[in-house]
Design a protein around this ligand. Structure first.
Ligand code: CA
Length: 245
């Protein structure tokens, strides 16, 4: 915990590379840089970084190939940074195993927040029933007891609603794609139709959101999936303004 994480930037544009590198070094992260996919993969195997920031448009190979290759043997967090804005492209990267996706241009604060989220997830055991809780705002999920409370009052959810909510909560701060949710909640044989997901999500929002049209806990990533609000955390970097939302 005390020594800061080692982050690898795989990006061919030198100016962006330098900008990100400087922002990370201010936060005392250790930084390595690679300008091609091949160089990036070699740094990953030789120096074992804690997280990879990956550009997709690389001179030798598409960044998606890097994700595919890394995922064959590692769960190392990969955060895609790209100028490609199409939803289908984002979904493809996430389904290939990217942990998150940031579209250029992005702000430093956003980048740092996404990095902290990805690192936190990778350092946490993801075993169900490990006694952990999700807590954000007035919402609390006790995974061990399978109890959801809002402002201290228990919320009654169906089994499917609980499964859906706890899946999103365990990935809080990160987007979970429609396909990933469908597969994990309903299984791989469910037909490719998100209606059942939308209906359940509407029910959950009615139960936990004050105003379902302006959700505070579960955000829609249009065309991609859902992102649950990041947990309240006592270990945020004190040098950063955590306000705003
Ligand atoms: Ca590029």
């Amino acid at each position: 915990m005390s020594s800061k994480a080692h982050i690898l930037i795989i990006e061919d544009e030198k100016s962006i590379c330098n900008f990100i590198k400087a922002a990370l070094q201010v936060q005392e992260y250790r930084v390595s840089v690679a300008h091609t996919a091949a160089e990036g993969l070699s740094v990953i195997t030789s120096r074992c970084p804690d997280l990879v920031l990956l550009d997709l448009g690389l001179p030798d190979r598409d960044g998606s190939q890097v994700i595919r290759q890394v995922r064959q043997w590692s769960s190392l967090p990969v955060l895609v940074i790209s100028a490609r804005t199409q939803e289908t492209e984002k979904v493809r990267m996430l389904d290939l195993g990217a942990d998150d996706y940031i579209t250029k241009p992005f702000g430093t604060e956003e980048l740092l927040a996404r990095i902290r989220t990805a690192l936190r997830h990778s350092s946490q055991p993801l075993r169900p029933g490990s006694g952990s809780c999700y807590r954000a705002g007035d919402l609390c999920i006790d995974f061990y007891r399978r109890v959801v409370t809002l402002e201290g009052r228990e919320i009654h959810l169906t089994a499917v609603e609980y499964k859906l909510l706890s899946l999103l909560a365990r990935s809080a701060g990160r987007v979970v794609t429609h396909d990933a949710i469908m597969t994990q909640v309903w299984g791989p044989y469910m037909e490719e139709n998100n209606r059942i997901l939308r209906v359940n999500m509407a029910n959950i929002r009615r139960k936990i959101e004050k105003n379902p049209a302006e959700p505070q806990y579960i955000f829609t990533e249009i065309g991609i999936g859902y992102r649950m609000r990041e947990e309240a955390s006592g270990e945020e970097n004190p040098g950063l303004s955590g306000g705003g939302q």
